[in-house]
Design a protein around this ligand. Structure first.
Ligand code: SAM
Ligand code: SF4
Length: 338
């Protein structure tokens, strides 16, 4: 009789299974996006505080033994790490890891897209909030639009399984461009994900002004006479996906604020300094770096974090003034990875 191999699972007390690890490999960045970092920047972690390539690969091996199957490298800007190819190839070589992706601002892709593909990266998410060069410069506090567009072009020629664009929708900045992004999906084979601005760390101050829901895209489709239908995309996590009829690409909505999707959360996050966060929003974290040499201690720490994983975050508008159950994180998005 064939005995089915027992699959290891990372289950929390609410029955949620976790197979997805988002790994921030640096807190450094060459941009200062208005929704992610404060204008004055942040003091970066000293190099010795950041996990080395060997430590990152060891960490993923431990997680893979516990049930992680998908890994995303993020940051800060992950392509700033000189050893990114070594990290990607090391993770891809782990048997249990079925999918490796990278989230990037895309600026380094013209020179790195081919090598990332060769190193085993399956999918890319590229952040692009506007098609207007002046606005891009303003929203990223210094970025050049032509560089990221060249990055998207370079990546498109490499045969990645998927390329998605991450577009954070900000009231008074790029909200007026939703139509252009929707039109872009008609001609380009990409998935544009409209993401709600999340109140993380000091972003709370400009968050109230900048927050905009993402459902306006449906009104735009109706006004333009674009019929759309719901669709399923593999490996698409919390995004609700749609396609305009006849379009080459598609669009997705990620609305953690207006409509929580915590009940289906399958992700764990590790920061560049080796701390495990079971929820993006709350401050709770456990240091894993000092447990890398001890598999039992590592597993015990992960189980502790899972057992303490909160049922949901409290980002929603109406909860801003309420007393929260826990302390929200002190980390900015660039120090978590999104
Ligand atoms: N530097 C890379 C990039 O920009 O793609 C990776 C790190 S960045 C923190 C990961 C994702 O988080 C990006 O798509 C970014 O747009 C998004 N992000 C950053 N701050 C955010 C916020 N406050 N609310 C929603 N998304 C945010
Ligand atoms: Fe850097 Fe990405 Fe944050 Fe922009 S969103 S500041 S590119 S980490």
């Amino acid at each position: 009789m064939l005995i089915k191999k027992q699959e290891k699972t990372l289950q929390d007390r609410f029955g949620r299974q976790h197979d997805y690890l988002r790994l921030s490999i640096t807190d450094r960045c060459n941009l200062r996006c208005v929704y992610c970092m404060p204008e004055e920047g942040l003091p970066f972690f000293p190099h010795e505080k950041v996990l080395s390539a060997t430590e990152i690969i060891t960490l993923v091996k431990h997680f893979a033994k516990m049930g992680i199957k998908k890994v995303r490298l993020t940051g800060g800007e992950p392509l700033l790490r000189k050893d990114i190819l070594e990290i990607a190839a090391g993770i891809k070589a782990i048997d249990e890891i079925e999918d490796l992706s990278v989230t990037t601002n895309g600026l380094a892709l013209p020179r790195m897209a081919a090598d990332l593909k060769k190193a085993g990266v399956d999918r890319l998410n590229i952040s692009l909030d506007t098609f207007d060069a002046k606005k891009y410069h303003q929203m990223t506090r210094g970025g050049k639009l032509e560089k990221v567009l060249a990055g998207i072009d370079a990546a498109s020629q490499q045969g990645f399984k998927a390329i998605k664009l991450n577009t954070v929708v900000i009231n008074g900045q790029n909200q007026t461009e939703l139509r252009d992004f929707l039109r872009y999906t008609i001609t380009q084979p990409v998935n544009v994900r409209f993401i709600e601005f999340m109140p993380i760390a000091s972003q709370k101050k400009n968050w109230t002004q900048g927050y905009a829901g993402v459902k306006e895209v449906f009104t735009i489709c109706q006004t333009e006479g674009w019929a759309y239908e719901k669709m399923t995309l593999s490996g698409n996590g919390p995004s609700e996906n749609y396609q305009i009829k006849g379009a080459k690409g598609s669009f997705g909505l990620i609305h953690p604020v207006s409509c929580q999707f915590c009940e289906s959360c399958n992700r764990l996050r590790v920061t560049a300094d080796g701390c495990l966060k079971s929820c993006l929003y709350w401050a709770d974290e456990i240091n894993l770096r000092n447990k890398l040499d001890d598999a039992a201690a590592f597993e015990a720490a992960v189980v502790t974090a899972l057992n303490d994983k909160p049922e949901n975050h409290q980002m929603a508008l109406d909860e801003q003034e309420k007393v929260k159950e826990r302390q929200p994180t002190w980390r900015h998005m660039s120090q978590i990875g999104g």
